[in-house]
Write a protein that binds this ligand. Sequence first.
Ligand SMILES: [Zn+2]
Length: 306
Amino acid sequence: MSRPEIIDTHMHGRPGITASFLVRGESTALVESGPKTSAEAVMNGLEELGVDSLDWIVVTHIHLDHAGGAGTLLRHFPMARVAVHEIGAPHLADPAKLWSSASRIYGDAMETLWGGMDPIPAGKIHVLKDGDSIDLGGRSLTAIETPGHASHHHAYLDSDTGVVFSGDAVAVRLPEAGVIRPASPPPEFNVEVACASIEKIRSLRPTGVWMTHYGPTDEGRDPLSTDEVCTRAIEALRMWESWVREARESSGDLDDVTEFLKRKTMEHLGGTLDQNVIDRMEQTTSYRMNAMGYIRYLDKLEQAAS
Ligand SMILES: [Zn+2]
């Protein structure tokens, strides 16, 4: 068998921020589709790798940067099936609610950023539960229930290499930045649940963690083993939580919390990253979106306590 191959989705026209992964057994699976606006780049990537048929499109969760292009790719590969968490499945068949939920984050930029989302015929959707495997013939991908970033999220363990495709369950880390950043969007983000999912991934002792944003964590600047990346990701989730709590002591306003997070992160990084890298990190998970997710999470905690 073989090491999975990375296809750059060139999301928002930028290289190196959002990946798809090609996994070949006797059957061929693409893990993550990228957004619809990336379908052409993904098709080109598949062609460069000599792939003329796909059996599976497997998504970690249904957010637009992970699954938005799945329906479009399916038109090119009508024999393929789309594998997804059972909670996410109805939203791939009818994306209207998903689209309006994302509109609350991205506003007027929706069309430019994501380009819509082609629905997937229900008969093409293969629903997965925790522990279910997709048999690729001599190799399988096993779904690992990993909520926290979203309530419906699977990481996938490749039986052949022991690599785990972590989607957004662990964090975001661009190889040239080497910085672990939480991915904490509203409305479902939950710090405690996310930390438990990271511990679950660690307990499986994968040989590597491959993030959708972007690639193996043991490559690039400040490479990290599986164990280290899990530890750092939990530290980052906790640190950002403490920053958002601190910000809210003086103002709960989204703009203020966002600015506070930006300032704290810059201080923490100590000016080690150039602006270009920081801009690219913003494309994967922005300060503003992360602030929104933490605020919503902390609001819910406070409401539950009162
Ligand atoms: Zn996501």
